[in-house]
Design a protein around this ligand. Structure first.
Ligand SMILES: Cc1ncc(COP(=O)(O)O)c(C=O)c1O
Length: 360
């Protein structure tokens, strides 16, 4: 377990609210210090960010650092609005997509206003519910990861659908999510952290529904996980409400400059995301050839089910070879490995290692 993490989860001091004392906290994927490893465990983009990003970083001035940043990151809002054919009032900048999830839970949920989401999904949602002390209504997906019909009748104040879903990469159609938005009495947040690797997205729903929030992350498609930047897309009234809840300066001057340069370089974005999508197709084929069950994925990771070998064992043996993938010791997932799509070279090394391991 991550060193700092194990030191904080044991805490029980009596000073905190009861729900905080009880919550285990989100467990992030391991971040090895070494750089000469094959790191396919936290769904980072294997390619560097746009050269434009590195250029603007070198041009950051002392004056930009001395002053407080624009509290709502208007430069980025303008660029994102142009890309999505919306207005800046439809956009709120956040300190990574995770910041938006926290803001939304604080804005919509409390003891009498539940959060709902289908499971299995992103493991941060239940943690946020516990921190907010709201009821988390977990509605199980079926084996094909179809949208559960029961989600309509939960009466949740906030429903989150991760699309493409983590950790399996399945995609729910825009039409189905439009019907859900129409039927829900509360807010529908569509977590599109991985949508840059899919063939469609739900941004268009924002024009039709006043209860839809789209979450976008700059961590995956734009290779900016280290800078922490994401954004919300919604109708202006929802955005204005969310801005009331966010930290006063939730995005810093460097992050706004860098994220703006990245989102403006759509040519580089398309080239790198296409490379990841192509590598994903090959990786799925190669894993299936090795006997893994791998569903089609619309994200930059795949979920591989091992039929004859314990997934935890494969995980350990990959680790011995300095190859990091993600293993979740959770019901329904403990016979699977989530593998981020790397460069072709990284994926080839993974496949060679798996061949060796499976023949031992
Ligand atoms: C499903 C999902 N949503 C949102 C996020 C948040 O991403 P970030 O805070 O890096 O933008 C993640 C990060 O891994 C994720 O997996």
């Amino acid at each position: 377990m991550v060193e700092w993490f194990s030191s904080v989860i044991g805490m029980s001091m009596g000073y905190f609210r009861k729900n905080i004392e009880k919550v285990k906290g989100y467990e992030p994927g391991f971040q090895p210090k070494e750089t000469d490893v094959i790191k396919l465990n936290t769904n980072e983009n294997p390619y560097p960010p746009s050269p434009q990003v590195l250029k603007v970083l070198t041009e950051i001035s002392a004056e930009q650092l001395r002053r407080y940043p624009d509290p709502i990151g208007n430069e980025f809002r303008q660029a994102a609005a142009e890309l999505h054919d919306l207005s800046p009032e439809n956009i709120m900048c956040c300190n990574g997509g995770d910041d938006l999830l926290t803001i939304a839970c604080r804005a919509f949920c409390d003891e009498s206003r539940p959060l709902a989401y289908p499971v299995p999904t992103y493991s941060l949602y239940p943690v946020l519910a516990k921190l907010q002390n709201c009821n988390a209504i977990e509605v199980p997906f079926d084996d094909e990861f179809n949208l559960p019909a029961k989600l309509v009748s939960t009466n949740a104040a906030l429903t989150i659908i991760c699309n493409p879903n983590a950790p399996n990469g399945s995609f729910i159609s825009i039409d189905e999510l439009a019907s859900l938005a129409d039927e829900l009495s509360g807010v529908l947040l569509i977590d599109e952290a991985y949508v840059d690797f899919a063939e469609a997205n739900c941004t268009g729903l924002v024009k039709k529904f006043d209860n839809v929030i789209i979450l976008r992350s700059m961590s995956k498609g734009y290779s900016l996980a280290g800078i922490r930047f994401g954004y919300a897309i919604a109708q202006p009234d929802l955005i204005a409400g969310l801005i009331k809840v966010k930290d006063s300066y939730n995005v810093d001057a460097v992050a706004v400059t860098v994220a703006t340069a990245a989102i403006k370089d759509q040519k580089y974005f398309s080239e790198t995301t296409e490379k990841v999508k192509k590598a994903r197709g090959l990786l799925v084929e190669q894993l299936r050839d090795l006997g893994f069950e791998v569903p089609e994925s619309c994200a930059n990771f795949v979920l591989a089910k091992s039929k004859n070998y314990k997934a935890s064992k494969i995980y350990d043996k990959l680790l011995e070879r300095r190859i990091y993938v993600r293993y979740f010791n959770l019901p329904g997932l403990n016979n699977k490995l989530r593998i981020s799509v790397g460069t072709s070279e990284q994926n080839d090394k993974l496949i060679s290692a798996l061949k060796e391991i499976l023949s031992e």
